[in-house]
Ligand binder design. Structure first.
Ligand SMILES: *Cc1c(COP(=O)(O)O)cnc(C)c1O
Length: 434
């Protein structure tokens, strides 16, 4: 075994382009529909809340898209992130498998979300926008956008899902440190929020509700846009820097994964790592590559949802998107993986799943935390509860290799660290997770 545990990629070798998987899909994706007319939504339908550069990225068929210099410069604060061989975990599992993880928790806000927040803030700034409004679940996305907005001199207003607002108080502090305004959603300041509260004053909130509130605020002013941290094609696109780096890092150690794993809420970290490898599967170079999305058993959009047109938000303000969905009014249980409490799945991922290019698994909260604890004890990193779903599946696959004797190479995305989730770990340790 090589004694190097970490594969570093030189900053000068950082990828220059994002990868657009739409270019390699054999069947075309179903277009988003206008919520009123039910006709395919055109760029004009989105221009009230998104800058044209991002709208074009949403629909482009170009395979590679250049990363702007200003964004690459920001990436250099923390990228390329390390690829790590989880050798201690392999040892304790006594598996012939090799386990690698890409550590996106090394980014400034503790997760992969800055990969797209920098790009989104940049394109909005370029379009003359003064303020961005968004939603956030556990607060990782809000933190990433707050940081990016501060850098580009934009105001930032954030609707944070109420249950997470209370479960993750330090992420609130983080966002405020970067001068963002943070509300616990549902609020009394939007129609969408007031409607929910009228029906259920104790609503824990959901990402769908917070998105409705954010869009409602954004459409009211011309100098204000909306920004989404996952789900949309352009967000998946920005996240592919993860997999593009990982391809190079695996190559540096003479490896190629047999299995690629990511947790999936809206799907962006999963897409970010897996799409650049799926390119080889879609083009027939690596037909046997296994790609697995992992979700919470309590919010199982891929494994239990329906593949149909649905709204991206609770109130029905977004275009209708064809995706695996539990229904836009689904309120997920208050699990601690706040970033995975979303009713739908990215249309790109839904499409790939529907056509059999990827598979999906779901796990209960308790088994996920147990896997996270084992990982932390072996590798010294406390994973975010979201990322711990990927950790769990990596362990399951490694144990399967132990049974079959196959030495597969397993790669997973450690999408974030859990240093601001220790309150949730405390509840796990004291048997108080419900
Ligand atoms: C936001 C988040 C997720 C879930 O979002 P995806 O778009 O599915 O990646 C997963 N892990 C971490 C650490 C996050 O912050």
């Amino acid at each position: 075994m090589s004694s190097n545990k970490i594969v570093f990629l030189e900053q000068s070798k950082m990828p220059t382009h994002y990868y657009n998987i739409a270019a390699d899909m054999k069947e075309p994706m179903a277009p988003p529909l206008h919520p009123g007319t039910k006709e395919p939504a055109g760029p004009g339908d989105l221009s009230a809340i998104f800058p044209m550069d991002l709208i074009m990225q949403e629909v482009t068929q170009e395979r590679f898209i250049e990363i702007p210099d200003e964004v690459r410069d920001l990436y250099r604060i923390s990228r390329p992130t390390p690829l790590v061989r989880a050798a201690n975990l392999e040892n304790i599992l006594d598996t012939p498998a090799k386990i690698y993880f890409k550590y996106e928790g090394a980014n400034p806000t503790g997760s992969h979300k800055t990969n797209t927040s920098y790009a989104q803030a940049y394109y909005n700034k370029k379009a003359g926008i003064k303020k961005l409004v968004t939603e956030t679940g556990a607060g990782q996305w809000g933190s990433a956008l707050a940081m990016a907005c501060k850098h580009f001199g934009l105001e930032c207003e954030i609707f944070m899902v109420k249950v997470s607002y209370n479960q993750k108080p330090y992420r609130r502090t983080f966002m405020k440190l970067f001068d963002a305004t943070v509300h616990a959603s549902p609020t009394e300041i939007t129609n969408a929020g007031r409607n929910v509260l009228a029906k259920d004053p104790d609503s824990p909130g959901s990402l769908g509700i917070a998105i409705s509130e954010a869009i409602e605020m954004a459409v009211q002013r011309d100098d204000t846009n909306y920004s989404l941290g996952s789900v949309l094609n352009h967000v998946m696109l920005h996240q592919t820097i993860i997999g593009e780096e990982t391809r190079m890092q695996m190559e540096m150690v003479g490896e190629y994964p047999d299995i690629v794993i990511g947790c999936a809420g809206g799907g962006s970290n999963f897409a970010g790592l897996s799409f650049p490898f799926l390119r080889d599967k879609l083009t027939g170079i690596k037909k046997d590559l296994e790609v697995i999305a992992v979700e919470p058993a309590s919010c199982p959009s891929l494994t239990k949802g329906k593949f149909e047109y649905d709204f991206g938000d609770e109130a029905g303000m977004t275009p209708l998107i064809k995706m695996y969905t539990l229904g836009h009014d689904f309120i997920p249980p208050k699990i601690h993986a706040g970033g995975l409490r979303y009713h739908g799945m990215a249309p790109t991922i839904s499409h790939l799943y529907h056509h059999g290019a990827i598979s999906a698994k779901a796990y209960e909260q308790n088994e996920v935390f147990a896997a996270a604890q084992l990982f932390a004890q072996q590798e010294g990193i406390v994973p975010a509860p979201e990322s711990s779903h990927a950790v769990k599946e990596a362990i399951v696959q490694a144990l399967q290799c132990k049974e079959t004797g196959k030495a597969k190479t397993i790669l997973f995305n450690l999408s974030g660290n859990g240093f601001l989730d220790l309150g949730s770990y405390e509840m796990y340790l004291s048997n108080q997770l419900d």
